[in-house]
Design a protein around this ligand. Structure first.
Ligand code: ARG
Length: 270
């Protein structure tokens, strides 16, 4: 029997969403984006969360920051403390202060902006007591030390090697306190060996499911919200006693983001 736990999420409406620059292989500024459709798809994701009993706060979107919808990148929030993002790319730098101020003013005064590149929950995923931390494309490996010092939790660094899976949350998802699903092809040989050692029972995703961003999912311990095209992964999850809920975020995928990218978890002090 799997038991869900209600979550507190922060999301950002894609009011100004667009693809006007390219900072990952998914982004093609020449491809048209349907912003109203992106908003409809995002509203649906928000409704799914509300129907599951989660609390969803929203941050005001800022004109000129088309990627701000990807709230996961804004910070990492654990034990009521927030380590706010420092973005790699100039196009996203201004999102950091926006998330900083929102967190400060909405119950997370114990916060700090990272001193080196750190793209928040894009690269930092909490599993039980451990923080898994990605590097290779975005977050600086030195940010792993900073996060360990700030949170006082063990940080396990993982190196990403495939540019299509440039953030940890595109290649690995946390299903419960001890279970993860991941796509092996995204990791360096050493990091893959670490994952096998830490999570011998992990759900292993196919390249097909990874390529539709199936691993860019959220879980409350029972319900796993994931891109609807990741059908084989959904079957694997069902076999393991989870309840997969597919959603369509095709417009946001044009920027290289999906369910998890749109969702920052706000974890209160334990
Ligand atoms: N276009 C955004 C970027 O490349 C997408 C971010 C996706 N977010 C995530 N948590 N993986 O930065």
């Amino acid at each position: 029997m799997r038991t869900p736990r209600a979550r507190h999420y922060l999301m950002c409406r894609p009011t100004y969403f667009d693809v006007v620059y390219s900072i990952n292989p998914w982004m093609d500024p020449k491809k048209p984006v349907d912003t109203p459709l992106a908003i409809t798809q995002w509203e649906r994701l928000r409704e799914v969360y509300l129907n599951l009993g989660h609390t969803v706060d929203t941050i005001e979107p800022v004109r000129g920051l088309p990627d701000m919808v990807f709230a996961a990148n804004g910070a990492t929030v654990v034990d009521g403390r927030a380590l706010v993002a420092r973005f790699r790319d100039a196009e996203r730098i201004a999102e950091g202060p926006a998330y900083h101020d929102w967190l400060r003013d909405n119950g997370f005064p114990d916060l700090r902006t990272a001193s080196v590149v750190n793209e928040g929950e894009g690269d930092y995923l909490l599993v039980g007591d451990l923080l898994l931390a990605g590097t290779g494309f975005r977050s600086d490996p030195r940010s792993h030390d900073e996060a360990q010092e700030f949170f006082g939790r063990p940080v396990v660094g993982l190196t990403l090697v495939d540019p299509d899976y440039y953030h940890l949350d595109t290649a690995l998802t946390v299903l419960d306190e001890q279970t993860v699903a991941y796509y092996p092809g995204a990791f360096s040989p050493g990091s893959l060996a670490v994952l096998r050692r830490l999570f011998p029972d992990a759900v292993i995703a196919s390249v097909q499911d990874a390529a539709v961003f199936g691993l860019n999912a959220t879980s409350d311990g029972l319900n796993v919200v994931l891109p609807q095209n990741a059908t084989a992964l959904a079957d694997q999850l069902r076999d393991r006693g989870f309840n997969p809920i597919g959603v369509d975020l095709s417009e946001l995928l044009k920027a290289g983001g999906s369910v998890k990218c749109c969702t920052l978890e706000l974890r209160a002090a334990g």
